[in-house]
Design a protein around this ligand. Sequence first.
Ligand SMILES: NC(=O)c1ccc[n+]([C@@H]2O[C@H](COP(=O)([O-])OP(=O)(O)OC[C@H]3O[C@@H](n4cnc5c(N)ncnc54)[C@H](O)[C@@H]3O)[C@@H](O)[C@H]2O)c1
Length: 463
Amino acid sequence: MNPSPFPTSSRRAFLKAAGTGAAVSALAGIKIPYVHAAEDNAIEIALVGCGGRGTGAAANALSVSGPPLKLVAMADVSPKKLEASLKNITNEHGAKVDVPAERQFIGFDGYKNAMDSLKPGGIVILTTPVAFRWVHYRQAIEKGVNVFMEKPVCTDGPTARRMLALDQLAKAKGMKVAVGLMCRHCKVRKELAERVHNGEIGDIVLLRAYRMQGPVASFRVKKKPENEPSELLYQIKNFHSFLWASGGAFSDFFIHNIDEACWMKNELPVSVRAAGGRHYREDWVDQNFDHYSCEYTFADGAKLFFEGRNMEGCDGEFATYVHGTNGMAIVSTAGHLPARSRIFRKQRVKSEEIRWAAAQPEPNPYQLEWDDFLAAIRADTPYNEVQRGVEISLVTAMGRMAAHTGQTITYEQALAWQPEFAPDVDKLTLDSPAPLRADADGKYPVPQPGITKKSEYDIPKPA
Ligand SMILES: NC(=O)c1ccc[n+]([C@@H]2O[C@H](COP(=O)([O-])OP(=O)(O)OC[C@H]3O[C@@H](n4cnc5c(N)ncnc54)[C@H](O)[C@@H]3O)[C@@H](O)[C@H]2O)c1
């Protein structure tokens, strides 16, 4: 995929971009600790971020057949989340779970203990909101453990550059690293991509993608209730509402459709312009717009139109289409599974014009991504999906940047973007103030396209 935006080739620059502490400069040649001996040769797994996806990813991991796997440590900032997750995973995979109280870690530092609990060759699953991805990835590199990290992997220019720099160190250590863009492991989308890349629908002139749904997950939030003791934990719990924590609903929800469109085109867009707004703000105080329209442009002039919406009472669609000079294709029809990918002879979705349709039923891509990852670990073949994860996270973020600032944003501008939503996220403790402050009315700063152009909102100075 082009462009391939590695910022610099000098090792010193990598290290500088990768982090601030001495820990990073000591990464190369680190001795991998052997902390507790296992009774068997199981690949050990630690889970950091024990919410919905973390619980699901751990279950997918433990479902892979072949040599033994064992969940040995868990970390979260919320004891309740950890407890619920452990219960769920134990119900499904009891014999493969060995997480006694001394390997359950609560707090912002728990990720270190969880990774320390792994014997060499283990895997850490990073499924917190994206804000913490680079912090946890840096530690995984220091420990030399294999990593599964969820999408998105960065939210802005500084975190994209940092992740790319860190990734050079991971590659040098031969770590296997998976990124949760699971649709890339979907067998029918893969077959479609091959057909499209082989020219079955001619030259691609247009791609369309839609994620139009209701206000799901923590898309919107009201003023922090008095009985919530911590502003920081309130924002983390409702991470889709806060740009620093998630990149907003845009980055968190829309990335998959933007990814599969770029995959079919087999390149990254060079620029984007976008519009968006908030119709019904009422007493919701989050930072999201409720609708976004993006026009991405590729180097050859082809376009990707992306429509994202989180509103009640409107048409819904969750699909991606590709139009070529000799027909069109549906990449995904209504969500992640089943994709029901098809190729049509003309530009219409008509059953009598189907040229190829994916075989049904389709295997679950959330399981396939783990099958592939573990196969690479067991065979010791190179496996690192981070660069693609960063590129797609950045292409997604650049659509959001364009909508929030009202400016056309190029890929290079997004990569060079200076404002960082949460630069000190690695220093947070349970008592820290939140990276984003509410005003006296409990409202958070929101994007103002055309007014705030150099950052996505007025970032208040620390107190
Ligand atoms: N690939 C997919 O289709 C898919 C689907 C859902 C979620 N995700 C991704 O997974 C990630 C988590 O989403 P989720 O839906 O599971 O959210 P969630 O709120 O259910 O889980 C996140 C968990 O992380 C914990 N956490 C937050 N900050 C932490 C920190 N610093 N240290 C330790 N624990 C911390 C939270 O307490 C919570 O238990 C997001 O990046 C999201 O985009 C991906």
